[in-house]
Design a protein around this ligand. Structure first.
Ligand SMILES: C[S@@+](CC[C@H](N)C(=O)[O-])C[C@H]1O[C@@H](n2cnc3c(N)ncnc32)[C@H](O)[C@@H]1O
Length: 212
């Protein structure tokens, strides 16, 4: 049998493999049965701000492979959990998964029907575009998704409820925060310890949606 040779790998593949082996959150995710290391970002943010609870209506946008949805399933045991992604996601107890682009025109109607015309308590979005290597472009595209999510939150969330959304720190970040401030009374900009230091990824926890 032909032996697998490290020298056949590109530099970026070697870097990826080295990171997989050395990352403590990847090891921990395997131990605890989480599908992604991202689960720890939500656990960490919730430990500090305690916004996820039982008996809520929760939407997880960009849910695949399912780390955040697993956390929602554990906490919101008796509530309704809707997870959305353009990719497939394997079944999780107590999670209704729908393969869909959140930007499609019938998304709002779908959400209304799913929650029996009731509004949503928590909107989560860990959505990001596939990175291209051009850091400014990647930040611009991911923040454009985040802006759409902030706009969506205004129509689907209950008054006084919360949005947690991924952003990339960059030039247009301030515009995004300013926009979110129009709708929410409190905005926290968070970099969890479990988020890779070299990544521009940050989260905005927007709390207390104002009455519209
Ligand atoms: C970083 S991953 C999410 C990881 C997830 N939170 C977890 O814990 O496993 C980002 C996800 O956003 C999804 N996504 C990107 N654009 C989307 C869109 N327009 N609608 C729905 N999902 C989208 C991607 O397919 C990808 O699965």
């Amino acid at each position: 049998m032909k032996k697998f040779k490290n020298k056949n790998l590109t530099a970026s593949s070697k870097h990826w493999i080295a990171r997989q082996f050395s990352d403590p959150y990847i090891k921990l995710a395997k131990q605890k049965g989480y599908r992604s290391r991202s689960a720890f970002k939500l656990i960490e943010i919730n430990k500090k701000f305690k916004f996820l609870k039982n008996n809520l209506n929760i939407i997880d946008l960009g849910s695949a492979p399912g780390g955040w949805s697993q956390v929602c399933s554990e906490i919101n045991k008796n509530g309704k959990n809707l997870s959305i992604d353009i990719l497939d996601m394997d079944k999780i107890d107590n999670i209704f998964f729908y393969k869909k682009d959140f930007n499609e025109s019938d998304f709002y109607d779908f959400v209304n029907n799913f929650f029996d015309q009731n509004k949503v308590d928590i909107l989560l979005s860990d959505m990001a575009v596939n990175t291209t290597g051009n850091r400014d472009l990647d930040a611009m595209k991911t923040n454009s998704i985040a802006l759409d999510v902030v706009n969506l939150s205004r129509v689907i969330l209950k008054t006084k409820s919360s949005l947690l959304v991924k952003i990339f720190s960059g030039k247009d970040e301030d515009i995004l925060i300013k926009n979110a401030k129009h709708s929410f009374k409190s905005i926290e900009r968070i970099k969890p310890d479990s988020s890779r230091k070299e990544s521009r990824e940050m989260y905005l926890l927007c709390r207390d949606l104002k009455t519209i």
